[in-house]
Design a protein around this ligand. Structure first.
Ligand code: GLP
Length: 257
């Protein structure tokens, strides 16, 4: 894993947007894996600006998001569908045929999970997967204890995750209890991974990710140690309690994007 230390949220967002742009420039039919939450909002804003300024060609781009809340329709104001539409798809004028999220209100959720896996396979897999990290180490909505061999599936959300995400809802009881999420194995199939972490809230998770050499299913992000091309962009607040950081470890190298 290569760690890029940055000062703050803005710098993280700019750097991440640069990497997304570099990916798209190097391969116009890139398949991007996308994340939601507060962390990538700035990245999407910076990427939109860059794409418009530089007139990036995005017509061959395909995107797959990590997850969606079960029970929310794509039009629901708190759905990840709408989040993506507002933050990225609409500003970039991406066509609905280019963008994919699992349907949280599909009548048969298991079939939906299979369909989603199939769709990713059909386009040849994900080139670059963007990730955030939950305070408990979740990636996508893969909570502690999720098997590292998991594919897209339905996950029951931990009370702490529902609480952390309650800030996006009117009442904390409104946070759905389940989500449909790419599995750990689906995420690790991506050819490269970019994980973003910003703010003090993430410092314990980032410390564990960087300092604990073990890969353990009770800490989903540790599965990333099994992947050869992971880049982490973290700000000083998220790195606050990590003892050593910015040197890429000797055995790993970052894949040029
Ligand atoms: C949610 C999302 C994750 C995200 C995480 C952190 O649960 N499913 O993809 O990485 O929370 O969110 P935030 O970036 O808002 O801290």
């Amino acid at each position: 894993m290569q760690v890029i230390r940055v000062k703050n949220y803005n710098e993280m967002s700019e750097k991440a947007a640069d990497m997304l742009a570099a990916q798209v420039k190097s391969k116009s039919d890139s398949v991007l894996g996308l994340a939601t939450g507060g962390t990538p909002e700035g990245t999407y804003k910076a990427f939109v600006q860059k794409a418009l300024q530089e007139n990036l060609s995005l017509s061959e781009l395909t995107t797959f998001n990590l997850d969606e809340y079960v029970g929310l329709s794509p039009q629901h104001p708190k759905s990840y569908h709408l989040y993506m539409k507002n933050h990225l798809f609409q500003p970039l004028a991406l066509q609905p045929s280019q963008t994919n999220l699992p349907r949280g209100n599909a009548p048969h959720l298991e079939k939906e999970a299979e369909r989603y896996e199939r769709m990713i396979k059909e386009v040849g897999g994900i080139d670059l997967q963007l990730l955030g990290i939950g305070e408990n180490g979740h990636i996508g909505f893969n909570e502690p204890g999720t098997s590292f061999t998991s594919r897209t599936h339905i996950e029951k959300l931990n009370p702490t995750t529902r609480e952390a995400n309650a800030r996006y809802f009117e009442n904390k009881e409104d946070v759905p209890e389940h989500a449909i999420t790419m599995g750990i194995s689906s995420i690790l199939d991506s050819r490269s991974i970019l994980l973003l972490a910003s703010g003090e809230r993430k410092k314990e998770a980032v410390k564990r990710l960087l300092e604990d050499e073990n890969t353990r299913e009770d800490f989903p992000a540790s599965s990333l140690k099994n992947h050869p091309y992971v880049t982490i962009i973290a700000d000083e607040h998220a790195l606050a309690v990590v003892s050593k950081t910015d040197e890429p470890s000797e055995k790993d190298e970052a894949k040029p994007l």
